[in-house]
Design a protein around this ligand. Structure first.
Ligand SMILES: Cc1cc2nc3c(=O)[nH]c(=O)nc-3n(C[C@H](O)[C@H](O)[C@H](O)COP(=O)(O)OP(=O)(O)OC[C@H]3O[C@@H](n4cnc5c(N)ncnc54)[C@H](O)[C@@H]3O)c2cc1C
Length: 508
């Protein structure tokens, strides 16, 4: 180590929402080893965004990293299992499909399952592609089973994530982070000190006058980007030309029955509505574009499409879709809403936080920060954001709806070249390739493209090399096996109760 280079001793996390407490839990687990101090500053008066309740399967890795017991976690957060997302009214009004976790069927002789399915479809024998997914089969029946380490197919093919209460999740992680040594400071930050020479952030100052100095700052201050934008001016790449939704109205409702193990996304005239079932309530929200619908109408549509009684007044959250041009600038790393925002159609924001934390741990710097590590981080985050962006735009572009100006606009808009190329490749022979470390794999793309009626002109000719009767028999056997396995699983609420993951008061 060069004389002028020292180890980072003080990490300061600014903000105590989901991003702040996820960062604190992970950094204190791996870095608070006696040589480093992790401090988190949050302001009860400012509060958190209070939404963000659906996740994707990689969150299981985060829980494993932190040695979190899944049943304790579900009980503490009133969580439920999520097997995928059901999309309603997206391709055409009245359409319904599921984007399940896990994969569709099994490849045969190296030929992708969806190509075999496309061939069978021509013969009229294939049925719904969701019948070939363990997670979709369980979701359709409202059932769940946790595939243990020893699980065999088809149960081992059941992939899942969670729905949880956002504020309880932050509380749960706070407990963990504090037990691991994170120091919490409450108070509003009213001042920031910079190093005169390097321009690095040196300290934050609270309203009370307290000064908190650090070597590395994690900006988890939400949309405003207290350090990354207000201090360092990292800049924002606006993606609203492709994703025109700019507001959400959120409202929780009482449950009307046992919670479904999937998120539902229902398209409306200028956006869509989420339904996220938890143990004790259901989260709902209407994401819409204010250029195409006024807020009163958006609220009316939301309230008219609720299943249970509202438990609070609807709350509007404005946002601007895009990405901070630099996630890491100087000695500040932005995580969560301060690093960018993509609407929650595919529940990706918490994953972007998780990925940012894991990437930071993999590239943890010394002081002063090396531009090599910082640039590597920024490159990786940019690629991830852009991959997710393309997949989300697909949901809008791949529509046949023309019933409102909003749908005509998104159907006809120009899209990024990276996405246009993917769709064209699919249209020809149904080919999809997962590039580099793309988050969404073949099943995800196939689910949305087929679910929204974008059919390839032909299947891959290679699929014709396999014997038709043998493929048909293998596929029939797969479909039957998924259905049989799903029938044997308990209802998800039964599973949660038997596992000790159901919070007692939620049962009342
Ligand atoms: C409508 C909507 C729906 C969403 N749904 C999903 C979903 O289903 N799945 C998903 O993965 N993600 C979802 N998200 C994203 C998710 O909510 C966020 O990624 C997540 O909550 C992280 O927020 P945050 O911690 O970055 O910010 P916040 O929750 O806003 O926290 C900011 C923190 O900074 C503190 N702070 C700010 N200024 C100061 C100051 N001056 N002094 C001291 N403290 C300060 C605040 O007190 C707070 O603690 C959704 C987002 C929105 C808007």
């Amino acid at each position: 180590m060069k004389d002028s280079v020292t180890e980072i001793a003080d990490v300061v996390i600014v903000g105590g929402g989901t991003a702040g407490w996820m960062a604190a839990a992970a950094l204190s687990r791996f870095l608070a080893n006696g040589r480093r101090r992790i401090t988190l500053v949050e302001s009860d008066a400012i509060g958190t965004v209070g939404v963000g309740e659906a996740t994707i399967p990689p969150i299981l890795n985060f829980n494993r990293m932190l040695d979190i017991n899944e049943n304790d976690f579900l009980r503490a957060t009133r969580g439920t299992f999520k097997l995928g997302i059901e999309f309603v009214n997206w391709g055409r009004a009245g359409d319904r499909y599921i984007h399940p976790f896990g994969s569709f069927g099994h490849d045969l002789h190296g030929i992708a399952f969806h190509q075999l399915w496309l061939r069978e479809r021509v013969r009229g024998e294939a049925g719904d592609i969701a019948d070939y997914s363990m997670s979709a089969a369980a979701a359709a029946r409202g059932r769940f089973g946790r595939p243990g380490r020893e699980a065999k197919p088809p149960l081992s093919e059941l992939f899942y994530a969670f729905h949880f209460d956002a504020s309880l999740y932050a509380r749960f992680l706070r407990g963990l982070a504090e037990r691991q040594g994170t120091i919490r400071r409450e108070g509003r930050i009213t001042g920031v000190e910079r190093d005169g020479e390097s321009g690095d952030v040196a300290a934050v100052r609270l309203e009370s006058g307290e000064r908190i100095a650090g070597d590395l700052f994690i900006d988890c201050s939400g949309f405003r980007g207290l350090l990354i934008e207000e201090q360092l001016g990292a800049g924002y790449e606006d993606w609203s030309r492709w994703l025109p939704a700019d507001r959400a109205i959120a409202v929780p409702t009482a449950n009307v029955g046992p919670p479904d193990p999937f998120t539902r996304s229902t398209a409306h005239g200028a956006g869509w509505q989420w339904r996220i079932p938890l143990q004790h309530r259901t989260g709902n929200g209407h994401v819409f574009s204010s250029a195409f619908m006024d807020e009163d109408e958006a609220r009316r549509i939301l309230l008219a499409n609720l299943e249970g009684e509202p438990l609070a007044d609807p709350r509007t959250i404005p946002f601007r879709t895009g990405r901070r041009k630099l996630s890491w600038s100087h000695n500040v790393i932005a995580l969560g809403l301060s690093s960018g925002f993509l609407e929650p159609i595919e529940s990706t924001s918490i994953h972007l936080i998780q990925n940012g934390i894991q990437r930071l741990l993999a590239l943890f710097p010394d002081k002063p920060v090396s531009p090599v590590e910082r640039d590597e981080y920024n490159r990786g985050m940019r690629d991830l954001y852009e991959d997710v962006r393309d997949f989300i735009i697909l949901h809008y572009k791949a529509t046949q709806r023309d019933d409102t100006p909003f749908w005509r606009h998104v159907r006809d808009m120009d899209i990024p070249d990276s996405l246009a190329r993917k769709i064209e490749l699919w249209r020809l022979h149904g080919r999809i390739f997962r590039e580099n470390a793309e988050l969404f794999g073949v099943t995800s793309w196939v689910a949305v493209l087929l679910g929204q009626n974008i059919r390839p002109e032909r299947y891959d000719p290679v699929a014709d090399t396999l014997d038709e009767a043998k493929v048909a028999a293998a596929m029939a056997e797969m479909r039957a096996a998924y259905a049989r396995a799903a029938e044997r699983l308990p209802a998800q609420d039964e599973f949660l109760k038997v596992a000790g993951a159901w919070a007692a008061e939620a049962a009342a």
